[in-house]
Design a protein around this ligand. Structure first.
Ligand code: HPA
Length: 236
């Protein structure tokens, strides 16, 4: 096993879906995968492997925020030779162009995290999605009849769910940021470092401008749509 994932080499598929919430990982495995089995329960951060349309796929919880996500993603890339990771998460909308329950497919991710500033000695690295996964997700979203509206663009990966200076997000919105979450920027940078593929897809769970929120039932329905988009993008 690796330091934080209680699995043996070969237990984890080359393609991994990465929700923040480990209980979402369990729900995805139970709802979408065949023959799934739990490979890790370390710290309650569940991981499952099964098949989707006959193809192997794993689902691993990442926890919230870039430091937690980076622990799991580093180990998935270096200890389990994972090739593709698709984050399936939630985000807050920061512009009235985006509604609650919409899906955002993140072409790139800005951040207030110091992780990249330290890694790049103060230069600004631009973390972007893998183009093949991005294209696959957009095609999958376009082909869904009656699916939730979706957007492709920038998200902001914040280190704080409760930021000290929320007004700073307004500057990001002027430059095209659609939503705020807490993991994508670090995920894209790690994928680039390890020459692997990554994409983040988020459903909008709350609206930071209008204050609107989704019910847990609505969240489950749009979350399911997003999982199907992610599986199709990574495996179809
Ligand atoms: N901020 C950060 N992450 C989030 C939010 C938010 O408002 N909503 C869902 N994930």
């Amino acid at each position: 096993m690796s330091t934080h994932i209680g699995a043996q080499p070969g237990d984890i598929a080359p393609t991994v879906l990465l929700p923040g919430d480990p209980l979402r990982a369990k729900w995805i495995a139970e709802t979408f995968l065949d023959d799934s089995r739990c490979y890790s329960e370390v710290r309650g951060m569940y991981g499952f492997t099964g098949t989707w349309n006959g193809q192997p796929v794993s689902v691993q919880g990442s926890g919230m925020g870039q430091p937690s996500m980076a622990i799991y993603v580093n180990e998935l890339f270096t200890d389990f030779d994972v090739q593709s990771i698709v984050r399936v998460g939630s985000c807050g909308a920061v512009t009235e162009d985006v509604g609650v329950r919409d899906v955002i497919i993140a072409s790139g991710a800005c951040t207030d995290s110091s992780m990249n500033r330290i890694a790049f000695h103060g230069l600004d690295y631009a973390p972007v999605a893998d183009f093949g996964l991005l294209r696959g997700a957009v095609e999958a979203a376009e082909s869904r009849e009656g699916g939730s509206p979706f957007h492709v663009g920038l998200i902001f990966s914040s280190d704080s769910f409760y930021p000290a200076r929320p007004e700073l997000l307004g500057e990001m919105v002027k430059y095209g940021v659609l939503g705020v979450e807490m993991e994508a920027s670090g995920l894209y940078t790690l994928a680039a470092k390890h020459r692997r593929r990554a994409l983040a897809i988020c459903t909008v769970s709350d609206h930071i401008v209008t204050g609107e929120e989704t019910t847990s039932q609505e969240r489950e329905q749009t979350f399911g749509e997003m999982v199907e988009i992610a599986l199709t993008a990574a495996l179809a």
